[in-house]
Write a protein that binds this ligand. Structure first.
Ligand SMILES: [Zn+2]
Length: 184
């Protein structure tokens, strides 16, 4: 059996009892699953799909400030988790509307990054998809929901150390060094 060797132990260590029958023998099955020794119920922690929007105004990128933990107060890109029965593109349009009351159009897919998102004592693994987007209509926005502030910041001047999530930090760093991929 392959044992998970991450820094914080098994990703499901917080789940001590079988969620189906309540038995205490809910043991590590592999690096991302646990199994009940009594009823056989097996639970996998799969990657969640998340999306982030790259919205430019000239040479400036739209950044949002996180209003909630994790990384409260740090910079982020607009976006969030993809819901059931929703495409990543639909999720991004919905999230940007919820967070900024801004109507966007998804232009094209850019790249992806795996990420770890600590939520409720579980290290949620995500697959973050990045899309180039364009504002449709008015460029004015109103931060709300899990965003406390939003601002267009010149891409070259963004201090990536002030970006909370590692996948977003890597993505913005990549954009700073490969500005040309936004021109496609
Ligand atoms: Zn069980």
């Amino acid at each position: 059996m392959k044992k998970y060797q991450g820094e914080t132990g098994h990703p499901l260590s917080v789940m001590q009892y079988c969620p189906k029958c309540g038995h205490a023998g809910f043991v590590v099955n592999d690096e991302r699953s646990k199994k009940c020794e009594k009823c056989g119920f097996t639970f996998y922690l799969n990657c969640a799909t998340a999306v982030a929007g790259v919205i430019m105004k000239g040479e400036s990128l739209l950044l949002t400030r996180r209003a909630e933990e994790p990384y409260k107060g740090m910079w982020d890109l607009p976006g969030g988790f993809v819901e059931f029965d929703e495409t990543p593109e639909e999720a991004l349009v919905r999230e940007v509307k919820e967070e900024l009351s801004l109507k966007i159009r998804v232009k094209h897919y850019l790249f992806s990054q795996p990420n770890v998102y600590a939520f409720s004592s579980v290290d949620v693994r995500t697959t973050d998809l990045f899309f180039r987007c364009e504002v449709e209509g008015s460029e004015s926005f109103v931060p709300s929901d899990d965003v406390s502030e939003a601002r267009f910041v010149p891409l070259r001047e963004i201090d990536v150390q002030k970006i909370g999530l590692s996948s977003i930090r890597k993505a913005v760093t990549f954009l700073q060094n490969h500005r040309e991929i936004l021109e496609k």
